[in-house]
Ligand binder design. Structure first.
Ligand code: DI6
Ligand code: FE
Length: 401
């Protein structure tokens, strides 16, 4: 680990968050921020500084904008059931799925949850992640939701990675509220969100708007409570059916609508107008063997920014490798490699409301960067090959190498 006052990275092949720049660049970092980005040949004055590297592929630090990496237990048995043909929805309706993780998460101490989550986060970091979003949603009581969010915050304090936390109290209906969904929504709105806001434990509020979870009307009540506490909103929406959760999210100027396999054209337009990001989760699509692909052409046509994330969770996407999602977004959803790279950098930053601070290699941005062992940035999406990360830079501090 090294820190220097001013660092010079020259002759770098740069993907800047939007595009791969056509010529070798010199990137200068000072005080944890990017000071300048200029073609190496045209760099006229040579400011004082340490030459950190000469040559290589440079991208913004990767951003995983949708994960559930804090949870208790695991669901390998359910994985086997699904291989035998039982559907994810059937398992959920039988009280398994998310609820089995809720039982394990409630039983786990804060320290146990931390110990289980940390290696998952370290796996993401070893793959280039410098900013990660972590959701609650497996506690479903006020205390257990707060416990999960504290674990997420602690991970961000202990490890060199930026952690954004999201409160997802409306992930599933807890069993003790069976047939009393609206009473649970009352608890979320009147007790959980105020408690989370009072302790500053969440940066956003999410809902799972789906037939097996919460309706549009219930989701809207949660959004209203979130906004009353100045918390931005987002949703798991249009994953298994077209309920209208994404359009609702756009109406509340939400950060992102995630999954969106069943998204329709009016909702795409609404998201474009609202500036709501479309977060694609190819790991869940793959794991659940879904067949309906998100409407990528419509998203392109209306210029809705597309993010790509792992959705790392114990059920529908037990995958903690963001570069694999680059590959899957291309093979499964036909994104171009450049679109996929935008999805884990500039657009992922936008999905977290951090677009003026991270996700780009441009003057003024945080010096969160990755140097890769490959010849072009597109190779990160093309080849599934862990171990290519040479340096991970967070806030100007170089890790690895
Ligand atoms: N995110 C979720 O929250 C649920 N689906 C998804 O994409 C599933 C989480 C789980 O099965 O534990
Ligand atoms: Fe999710």
């Amino acid at each position: 680990m090294t820190t220097t006052a001013r660092q010079i990275w020259q002759n770098m092949t740069v993907f800047d968050g939007q595009t791969t720049l056509p010529e070798p660049m010199t990137v200068i970092i000072a005080d944890g921020r990017i000071e300048s980005v200029e073609p190496t040949g045209q760099t006229t004055d040579h400011p004082d500084g340490t030459l950190v590297r000469d040559g290589g592929v440079l991208t913004p630090g990767l951003i995983d904008c949708h994960t559930h990496l804090v949870f208790g237990g695991q669901r390998a048995d359910e994985f086997e059931q699904r291989l035998e043909g039982v559907s994810y929805e059937q398992i959920a309706r039988q009280g398994g799925g998310i609820l089995s993780t809720v039982t394990a998460t409630r039983a786990a101490s804060e320290q146990a949850l931390y110990d289980q989550a940390r290696p998952r986060l370290e796996a993401l970091m070893a793959d280039g992640v410098t900013t990660v979003e972590i959701k609650s949603g497996y506690g479903l009581t006020t205390d257990d939701e707060l416990k999960m969010l504290r674990v997420a915050r602690r991970l961000g304090q202990d490890l060199p990675v930026r952690v954004q936390t999201t409160f997802l109290g409306t992930h599933a209906l807890p069993p003790e509220f069976k047939d009393r969904t609206d009473d649970y929504i009352d608890l979320v709105c009147h007790e959980m969100i105020p408690a989370v806001a009072a302790e500053g434990l969440a940066d956003a509020v999410d809902v799972f708007c789906e037939g097996i979870a919460f309706s549009v009307a219930q989701s809207e009540r949660v959004f209203q409570a979130a906004q009353a506490h100045n918390l931005p909103v987002k949703a798991h929406a249009e994953q298994l059916s077209n309920l209208g959760g994404s359009a609702l999210t756009a109406r509340y100027k939400g950060l992102s609508a995630d999954h969106i396999e069943w998204l329709d054209k009016p909702a795409v337009k609404a998201m474009a107008e609202a500036g709501t990001v479309a977060t694609l989760l190819p790991g869940a699509f793959y794991t659940l063997r879904e067949t309906r692909v998100p409407p990528i052409d419509l998203l392109r046509q209306y210029q809705v920014p597309m993010a790509v994330a792992t959705d790392g969770n114990p059920g529908s996407s037990p995958i903690f490798q963001l570069t694999l999602m680059l590959h899957m977004a291309c093979t499964l959803f036909r994104l171009t490699p450049q679109e996929a790279l935008q999805g884990v950098t500039a657009n992922a930053a936008r999905a977290l409301g951090l677009q003026s601070d991270v996700g780009r290699i441009a003057p003024g941005y945080q010096a969160d960067l990755c140097v890769w062992q490959c010849q072009s940035p597109n190779e990160l999406a093309y080849a599934v090959q862990p171990g290519r990360l040479i340096h991970r830079v967070v806030n100007g501090t170089v890790h690895g190498g």
